[in-house]
Write a new protein. Structure first.
Length: 304
């Protein structure tokens, strides 16, 4: 059975006239008739009732018409998808933890400079969600702490980000150049929802325990650092945050945590075994920026 035979059959079934169907298919009537007879022989069923002045579908022909149309439509969809894939720009789907963090925008800017035709789609998702999306192929690259990454996800550390605390400008610790971690023992700390950032929450909890206390949790959570700003500005809580996400926000100051100084580890994440050109390019750009700005060297962030 050939696709052209299906096309001839559909044309005749719709026209119910050999002359019109032949003209529609740009062949002579005798060739159309021969191809349809051949189709019936191959199927072993009669699809058409023919007479000198009459053409009609048999019950088998009516059933076959439905399936033939679906086969032809599927072939057309496949051809259209192939043409689009051949003509469209390459796509890179990138996971970002929070739009406020500045690492990935800098990396993507450099990638776009190297590949102007590359179509980049950013997906805001917590690190656990990025792991799932990377594993099932819905993301090409992600960013986050790689401590809890599954075996299916590869990673490369590119930034050690000074960790600090966001406070309202009237807070009694706001005037210090650095805030000792132990001074947070009496402060209600607002955490990001566990499902979105278990790796960051764990990092902060471990830091507090290293200073000899269990953090006092604010009764509530947020989905991002940005969502916490109004609570911090009201003096209702404090929020631990890496330096890379700090922006000038009225009523809020960021102070680096000291004693001990801590740095949050950022890694590029990608699906293990994915050696595609644009994934390799993004990892290379992260590595280059890390060297340029000394991101892997412990840094002291100036309070502001």
């Amino acid at each position: 059975m050939e696709l052209r035979q299906l096309g001839y059959f559909v044309s005749l079934a719709e026209e119910l006239h050999f002359g019109r169907a032949a003209a529609r298919e740009h062949i002579v009537q005798s060739a159309l008739s021969q191809q349809l007879q051949r189709l019936e022989r191959e199927l072993g069923v009669v699809l058409l009732e023919r007479s000198t002045h009459h053409v009609a579908l048999t019950p088998a022909g009516r059933v076959f018409l439905v399936e033939a149309r679906e086969v032809l439509a599927q072939v057309e969809r496949a051809a259209r998808a192939a043409r689009q894939a051949a003509s469209s720009a390459p796509v890179l789907r990138v996971g970002v933890v929070d739009a406020s963090y500045d690492s990935m925008p800098q990396i993507l800017r450099r990638v776009q400079e190297r590949y102007p035709e590359l179509e980049i789609h950013q997906v805001e998702a917590g690190v656990p969600a990025q792991y799932r999306l990377l594993t099932d192929g819905r993301l090409h690259v992600g960013i986050g702490r790689a401590a809890l990454a599954p075996p299916e996800v590869a990673s490369e550390l590119f930034r050690l980000d000074p960790l600090g605390v966001l406070l309202c400008q009237d807070h009694h610790l706001a005037g210090a150049a650095g805030v000792p971690v132990a001074r947070l023992a009496s402060e209600p700390l607002l955490f990001v929802e566990e499902r979105r950032a278990p790796e960051f929450n764990q990092f902060v909890i471990e830091l507090c325990r290293s200073a000899g206390f269990v953090p006092r949790l604010y009764r509530g959570t947020v989905e991002s650092i940005r969502a916490a700003e109004h609570l911090v500005a009201q003096g209702r809580c404090a929020v631990c945050a890496p330096a890379s996400c700090v922006a000038a926000v009225p009523g809020i100051v960021w102070r680096q945590l000291v004693a001990p100084v801590s740095h949050y580890p950022w890694s590029v994440l990608w699906r293990a075994g994915d050696d595609s050109e644009h994934v390799r390019a993004l990892v290379a750009c992260a590595r280059a920026l890390s060297r340029k700005f000394g991101w892997l060297k412990p840094q002291q962030r100036v309070a502001g």
